[in-house]
Design a protein around this ligand. Structure first.
Ligand code: SF4
Length: 347
């Protein structure tokens, strides 16, 4: 069985997703190569769960999220979504009209609450726009709906006539969340929604997202560069490296029993509350590989302390090494890697 095989209750299934950006040079803009931002990525998200998608900056997480929503057109692959009105449908093949329908159920919360909100629009216009564009409400009904959405995300309805500059970063992110919720979506891509916020505000936004998930039966793809952020919000975690998915498992399994050396390195940097559990962070040698010119075999091999000859020659396939635990490493069966002890282990 490979990751992405249809399992119970799957809302979104991504199969072999690729997004390549052409590198053009010269007077005639000849294509001389490709940046492989997303390179054959396969995973699924179950109804009502949160899948954390983690990796260093530039590893292709955001491009994956945008390709799923067709904000970017994928180069190849399939994105199957269980839409309440269209049924199970491949998002990559939809026409403009179908995309408009499906976007009611697939929304995005953006990383930067400062640049993602139009400074010339009031809160009423920002949050009400999706309702207006989709002919869901106008006039007094629109105002009532926006007031309700603002209440839901913890903002006062009296703020409706104000502009985004009057609000703090955390409040702006709440406005972005209210806008994403306007059409009662089923699935939301949360693209690093707390990384631009102060640490003190991050927990409030994460708690709000969790409350909303429970209240509205939402399903999240939660993108982050930091495993400690996804730990508390995610049911499962998928790790990306240079456009490829290298490991995915339930959050507890991944934190306690990582099977990919890159995951082990990321986990070593996660702050641990218990001093007995603290270890030195693993410092990876060299830089992240260039997605325009990745290394041969396993893309991680120039930085991997466990590499052997085969690692430089052959690309490890993503395979299920234990139930619901997928890894792309030639040595996953033999390596015993260091995770973070969960509460059950630590007791
Ligand atoms: Fe390291 Fe080899 Fe596994 Fe790649 S395949 S992560 S180089 S051990």
């Amino acid at each position: 069985m490979s990751e992405g095989t249809v399992t119970d209750n799957v809302l979104l299934e991504v199969r072999g997703l690729k997004k390549y950006f052409p590198i053009q040079r010269g007077f005639f803009s000849r294509t001389v190569g490709y940046v492989k931002a997303v390179d054959d990525v396969t995973f699924f998200v179950r109804q009502g769960e949160t899948l954390g998608l983690v990796g260093e900056s530039g590893c292709g997480k955001t491009t994956t999220g945008r390709s799923i929503l067709r904000a970017l057109n994928p180069t190849a692959g399939e994105v199957w979504f269980n839409d309440p009105s269209l049924g199970r449908i491949n998002v990559t093949t939809l026409n403009k009209q179908q995309l408009k329908t499906i976007r009611r159920n697939m929304q995005m919360i953006f990383q930067d609450p400062y640049s993602s909100l139009n400074p010339r629009m009031t809160l009423l216009q920002i949050v009400g726009e999706p309702l207006l564009v989709n002919n869901v409400a106008k006039g007094k009904e629109l105002e009532d709906r926006v007031a309700n959405l603002l209440r839901i995300v913890g903002l006062r309805p009296e703020y409706m006539p104000r502009y985004p500059h009057a609000f703090s970063g955390g409040q702006r992110q709440r406005i972005g969340i209210a806008r994403a919720l306007a059409l009662h979506p089923k699935f939301i891509v949360c693209d690093e929604p707390v990384s631009a916020l102060d640490v003190s505000v991050q927990a409030q936004i994460l708690n709000l997202l969790q409350d909303l998930q429970e209240q509205f039966a939402l399903t999240y793809l939660f993108i982050a560069h930091d495993l400690s952020v996804v730990e508390h919000i995610s049911d499962r975690v998928a790790v990306m490296y240079v456009g490829k998915l290298v490991e995915s498992a339930s959050t507890e399994e991944l934190f306690i029993n990582p099977r990919h050396p890159y995951t082990e390195a990321l986990l070593s940097a996660v702050p641990k509350p218990d001093p007995r559990m603290r270890t030195e962070p693993i410092v990876l040698p060299g830089d992240v590989a260039d997605p325009a010119n990745p290394p041969s075999g396993c893309y991680f091999h120039p930085r991997c302390r466990y590499k052997t000859d085969i690692c430089e020659k052959e690309t490890p396939p993503l395979r299920e090494i234990a139930p619901d635990h997928f890894v792309a490493c030639h040595r996953a069966d033999e390596l015993r890697l260091m995770g973070v002890l969960g509460p059950a282990e630590a007791a």
